[in-house]
Design a protein around this ligand. Structure first.
Ligand code: ZN
Length: 202
């Protein structure tokens, strides 16, 4: 592939090669495809990106993505399980494995393992407790990763929920230590869900 010396195109290649799974070679191929299809690809892509930038926000209650103009899926009352994950990528993995059909709560990260845990660092933990208190949820499934931070976060949440009557479960230890949910295969994830166990507060 010959080198392209147009600033606009070089800028675009730089941005696209930051996307997951793409190096500069595939970025160049994508950009060439775009340029050869201005009307069919560049135009709708530009419009769609602008819409996403303008209208897609994180819900302040459950952390999921929502359109700024409509209600989040979490405002529907019809669910009795919440699966708590660290980030959107984890939710996508669990969703695409097809092993769980309930609602999600996306924390936005984990607590640090050693620092003062009273600072939740913008994690949506208080809003999780409020969700549980305000609804008829029967089970909270803690699906944070098997790292120290993931365990710390999971204990902190279980502790925060101890005044509610909700059943709290944790994914089974089939998840390798340090294992991030995002990188688990469907089989491991399935057995971790199936063999999840109750968290008992001390
Ligand atoms: Zn929401």
């Amino acid at each position: 592939m010959t080198d392209i010396k147009v600033k606009e195109i070089e800028d675009l290649i730089k941005i696209i090669s930051k996307l997951p799974g793409l190096g500069s070679k595939s970025a160049k191929r994508i950009v060439l495809k775009l340029i050869n299809n201005r009307e069919e690809l560049i135009k709708p892509l530009t419009n769609t990106l602008a819409q996403v930038y303008k209208n897609v926000v994180r819900c302040k209650i459950c952390g999921n993505l929502k359109s700024a103009n409509s209600n989040c899926i979490c405002s529907s009352k019809k669910y009795d399980q919440i699966c708590v994950v660290e980030n959107l990528a984890d939710m996508f993995v669990i969703e695409s494995a097809g092993i769980y059909k309930g609602h999600y709560h996306i924390l936005g990260g984990t607590l640090p393992s050693f620092e003062n845990k009273s600072t939740e660092n913008g994690l949506l933990i208080e809003s999780l407790v409020n969700r549980v208190k305000k609804s008829s949820i029967k089970e909270v499934i803690l699906a944070t990763s098997a790292s120290i931070e993931g365990e710390t976060t999971s204990h902190y949440i279980a502790d925060s929920l101890k005044d509610t009557n909700v059943k709290i479960t944790r994914l089974a230890k089939g998840v390798p230590v340090g294992g991030e949910i995002e990188f688990l295969d469907d089989g491991t994830l399935y057995s971790a869900f199936k063999n999840r166990s109750s968290v008992v507060n001390d």
